[in-house]
Design a binder for this molecule. Sequence first.
Ligand code: V47
Length: 385
Amino acid sequence: MPDSMPNVALNAAYYAALGLSSIYEKVLAGQRLSYDDGLTLYRCPDPTAIGALAHHVRVRLHGDAAFYVVNRQINYTNVCVNGCTFCAFRRDDADQPGAFCLSKADILARLEAAQQGALHLDEMHMVGGCHPGLRLSWFEDVLRSVRTAWPELPLKAFTPVEIAHFASMEGISTLEVLQRLKDAGLVMMPGGGAEIFDEVLRKEICPHKADAAAWLRISGEAHSLGLRTNCTMLYGHLESLEHRVDHLCRLREQQDKSGGFTCFIPLPFLTENSRLKLPEDRLGPQRGLDQLRTVAVARLMLDNIPHIKAYWIMMPTKLAQTALWYGADDLDGTIIEEHIGHMAGSSSAQGMTIAELEHMIRQSGFRPVRRNAVFATVDAAEEAL
Ligand code: V47
């Protein structure tokens, strides 16, 4: 461990007193944790003990670096056929109040404004609802137009759920959809739509969305084409700790097979404007500690996924800073405009400047490292794409 990031908290006797000796030894030896270990970590009464173990792994992987990206999010539409109960962003059809659908010109204008403001974007992050009228050729045209305007800009777009939707609209395979989008310039896919993999619960919260097997299969197909992708877990709703650990184990298993997941993003459920109502005992300030613990358990369980993101849009910025000490190494980026979290009650800003992100990282005791969409540091970006 570098001298700049000492970890004085790893006291073997203390872990023994918590009943965590075997997990402690596995983590220090770099060995894989089991499903039962994941549950034990979640049930341990002392979150700081879990955080210290996760920090040990995080420092082993990334030292004192904390990553951020100069990016522009674009949500192209919120019209969606899926009707997920938790989602405050979606509108069932284009006539509903608040429904929107951007044109290609709108998208290009947003990027143009961002390029002028930020001087140089290192990621376009574009996702949207599963719109019943937008064809694959429209998305290909948008990607090609963006690539023509900004050939160096890495294009990150479409979750496996959108890919499944495009395939069913076009009557072609998901692999073919991925190949066509790759040919149009796609290099990276965001990790949304994973929600929670447990089949019974998934049917309850998002019955019409691509199922767990499809989500994982499409991620694997993207990896087989050389696309890199992220992965997420939506938590803090109706799921149990067993569901969470099962979700992490399924991601780890997929990563063993296809190897293209770059970053895991735990997404704490935001409750406002959502049809999914939570019982009282699931709400309240203890959710902050649950978020830190989830970041830490993810860092410890996902031994084959390089990065863990504390997404500052969905968690308070002070908590995202603290998460850097609980296993997270990335904060996402400048963002500029975000709808999914904000329509669900996020009180964070819409965007941050480079100076604000770097300040936030330095204030937490870490070294800011600017990266692009595929996590290459910006100086080395061209080689990585
Ligand atoms: O797929 C929807 C989630 C996701 C709510 O890959 C909600 O780098 C909380 O995946 N409360 C979209 N979460 C966001 C996402 C993402 C964000 C930033 C970076 C990356 C990346 C991916 O947001 C959705 C869904 O899982 N979501 N509604 C809600 N009420």
